[in-house]
Write a protein that binds this ligand. Structure first.
Ligand SMILES: NC(=O)c1ccc[n+]([C@@H]2O[C@H](COP(=O)([O-])OP(=O)(O)OC[C@H]3O[C@@H](n4cnc5c(N)ncnc54)[C@H](OP(=O)(O)O)[C@@H]3O)[C@@H](O)[C@H]2O)c1
Length: 410
């Protein structure tokens, strides 16, 4: 059942449509929704670039409306938010360009989704605007890309099945990225470097990044989880060696926040972890060791301004991203394992079609925005996570349209 449309000019607007990821979000919406009842538009600060996006998405008749909005210009953001039900923001780094937009959405009751993985910025936004968003009815949902939809919705999926089968939730869930083919965009690198820069300067940021419950409504919550995996471990779940997973510091915080926002339905002692598999045998061990050492060296290098400059030269610049090969669009395969408190095991898999960094991410982000705009949801205003805001409705969209396949492995 579709819900009644809000009395605004647009259901969905993609802001940052000129960026590496934003243009794929626009392309997805054009291919899936142009000519349907969804009223959507693209927005950005540069009219020429917005026009180029029309060419990229195949809008040869210029039928998609382009709106001027600049993230440093509050009146333009307020005008956009006043006319829109849901803003999809692909403008990053979010800590540098995102705060005025969240403020406008929270104040004007405009729903909002983004791709941020910047934990300190999310904490700041939650603390500053949660009450405002509750008052206006705006649903604000961060991290609707590869960080952290597979983690959050995968956990939601396996937990929903555990409840059906065993009449209880799993006490712990372990995510293993088993295989993936994809790259990382310049905007993502810039966002990561910005976090490192903040952490180097600010002890409070370092402490927050080390807190496994950094995004819980109450960040002083003490549960069973401690640090993320820091070295090589053998996983009996996938029968392979595993290395630390670069995105675990974001995803685990989102999954734990979901549990808390859903009244600790998975339990106050629920545990969640993430790792990346390499292979079995000596080759697998050495590969995991290599990744583990690589991540540590990158972290050490990025501590200094010179190191960040050096990494910046080797990695894609803002506006750029991984090479796009239409014949080899990328993919990922994630396994979830867990046990109930009674010891019943359960295993689920998630397969995503498309490069996790932009292809699959753009579909997940677009469907999250459309879900908030069109689906009947019970959630009130406030800062949510994908699963706590959109639950079954988003799961269904991701499976029918977003290229994600969730399965229970019996
Ligand atoms: N969670 C995930 O899985 C995932 C995946 C991919 C990306 N991301 C995140 O998404 C964000 C975007 O990444 P990207 O690689 O697509 O970045 P990008 O190519 O650098 O694009 C950034 C976009 O932001 C716009 N922008 C920057 N400053 C602005 C301002 N003041 N006002 C209006 N627009 C402004 C840019 O507009 P111009 O074109 O005019 O410069 C561009 O459209 C990053 O924070 C990244 O970390 C997350």
């Amino acid at each position: 059942m579709a819900h009644k449309k809000a009395n605004k000019q647009f259901d969905v607007v993609v802001l940052g449509a000129t960026g590496f990821t934003g243009k794929w979000v626009a392309k997805y919406l054009f291919e899936q929704y142009q000519g349907t009842s969804l009223r959507w538009a693209i927005a950005g600060r540069n009219a020429t670039k917005l026009n180029d996006v029309r060419g990229f998405i195949g809008d040869h008749k210029s039928s998609v409306v382009g709106i001027h909005a600049d993230n440093d210009d509050e009146p333009s953001l307020r005008a956009l938010a006043a006319n829109t039900s849901v803003i999809i923001s692909a403008v990053g780094p979010y800590a540098q360009h995102g705060s005025l937009l969240v403020k406008a959405c929270a104040e004007l009751g405009t729903h909002y989704v983004d791709l941020t993985g910047e934990v300190p910025w999310m904490r700041d936004m939650i603390d500053t605007y949660q009450d405002v968003a509750v008052g206006s009815g705006a649903r604000i949902v961060h991290s609707c890309g590869f960080d952290s939809i597979p983690s959050d919705m995968g956990t939601y999926f396996i937990q929903r099945e555990a409840q059906l089968r065993f009449n209880e939730y799993l006490k712990s869930v372990r995510y293993t990225l088993v295989k993936a083919k994809g790259g990382i965009s310049g905007g993502t690198i810039a966002s990561m470097m910005n976090i490192v820069k903040l952490a180097v300067k600010d002890k409070g940021v370092r402490k927050l990044l080390g807190n496994p419950y950094a995004l819980n409504p109450d960040p002083s919550f003490k549960g069973g989880d401690k640090r993320d995996q820091g070295g090589v471990k053998y996983s009996r779940d996938v029968k392979m060696w595993t290395a630390p997973f670069l995105m675990a510091g974001i995803n685990t915080r989102i999954v734990r926040r979901s549990n808390s926002l859903m009244d600790f339905r998975y339990g106050r002692d629920f545990r969640y972890s993430e790792a990346m598999a390499t292979n079995s045998g000596v080759a697998g061990y050495l590969a995991a060791k290599g990744i583990s050492v690589g991540i540590k060296s990158m972290a050490v290098t990025s501590v200094t301004a010179l190191g960040r400059k050096f990494l910046g030269l080797m990695l894609p610049a803002q506006g750029d991203g991984p090479k796009v090969d239409p014949d080899k669009p990328g993919f990922y395969y994630i396994q979830f394992n867990g046990e109930t408190r009674g010891g019943e095991p359960l295993q689920a898999s998630l397969r995503g079609d498309g490069d996790p960094g932009y292809g699959s991410t753009s579909k997940m982000l677009a469907e999250s925005g459309v879900c908030l705009a069109l689906d009947a949801l019970d959630t009130l205003g406030g800062f949510w996570t994908p699963s706590s805001a959109m639950g079954d409705k988003l799961l269904s969209r991701l499976q029918t349209k977003g290229g994600l396949t969730f399965t229970i492995d019996d």
